[in-house]
Design a protein around this ligand. Structure first.
Ligand code: PEP
Length: 260
């Protein structure tokens, strides 16, 4: 894991892949994305493949993690996977509160907050997904929605927990639809998130990364990566295509290089 990378690009494989396909994809990632000086690449895969990530990525600069964790630490919770288990397989990151889960499994903001904290407690970097639906955006409610999602964590644990964490702004209407937020929409929301944390804890805000997620592709990556307060991207569909993912990571790398 790099300590100095300014940008972060996270591959969210969702429920895709198998041992053979993953190996081909990871070998391509390693060929082109290992040792990017200014960008931390992270791969979030389905649980059964964490051992494969560990064995293929262990000697690289590419980090890995999962797409969810249990809010409990251990015990009689059939089907759940704990933060410690993720650490056992070398995971350093975990996606928390992705809308595809929170919608399908009715996850509350409180549940998501507990998962965020259990990840931190066990040394995992939580990648917290926040964002509004299309109806909420059309009603001009996007900032209220995101504020409520963040406020639950702030109320339960304080704003300082955002130090060294990651928030990914993921407008739900942009995920998997091919319709990304415009740079203006992303600029507005990234500033809102940054300022909301900074006003409570400036030091935590400085150590927080804010990513953009939602239909990022090689054509729009650069214009989203240059958005102020945008520290990188969370990439779904295009992370399954080695070439497209590489182009997105290279856009992040170019921007962070020029920010130096
Ligand atoms: C995601 O999985 O969070 C995502 C942003 O997906 P996509 O890039 O396919 O929109």
């Amino acid at each position: 894991m790099k300590k100095t990378a300014q940008k972060m690009v996270v591959a969210n494989w969702k429920m895709h892949g198998n041992l053979k396909q993953n190996q081909t994809l990871l070998e391509a990632y390693i060929r082109t994305l290992d040792n990017l000086p200014h960008t931390q690449v992270v791969v979030c895969a389905p649980y059964p493949y964490l051992a494969q990530l560990q064995s293929l990525l262990a000697d690289t600069d590419i980090a890995w993690g999962a797409q969810n964790i249990a809010k409990m630490e251990r015990g009689a919770y059939t089907g759940e996977v704990s933060a410690e288990m993720l650490r056992d397989f070398g995971s350093t990151h975990v996606i928390i509160g992705h809308s595809e889960r929170s919608t399908a499994y009715c996850e509350s903001d409180e549940n998501i907050a507990q998962k965020f904290m259990v990840a931190k407690k066990h040394g995992l970097t939580p990648i917290l997904c926040v964002g509004e639906t299309l109806i909420e955006r059309e009603a001009g409610m996007q900032e209220n929605v995101v504020a409520k999602q963040l406020d639950t964590i702030i109320r339960m644990y304080g704003a300082q927990v955002f130090a060294d964490a990651v928030i990914s702004y993921e407008p739900i209407w942009a995920i998997g639809t091919g319709l990304a937020a415009t740079p203006a929409q992303a600029t507005e929301m990234h500033k809102f998130i940054h300022d909301k944390i900074a006003v409570l804890d400036e030091a935590a805000a400085k150590r927080l990364k804010i990513l953009y997620g939602g239909s990022v592709n090689p054509q729009n990556a650069l214009q989203l990566m240059v958005v102020k307060n945008c520290d990188g991207g969370l990439i779904g569909r295009c992370s399954l295509n080695a070439q497209e993912f590489e182009q997105i990571c290279m856009a992040a790398e170019r921007v962070s290089q020029s920010d130096e």
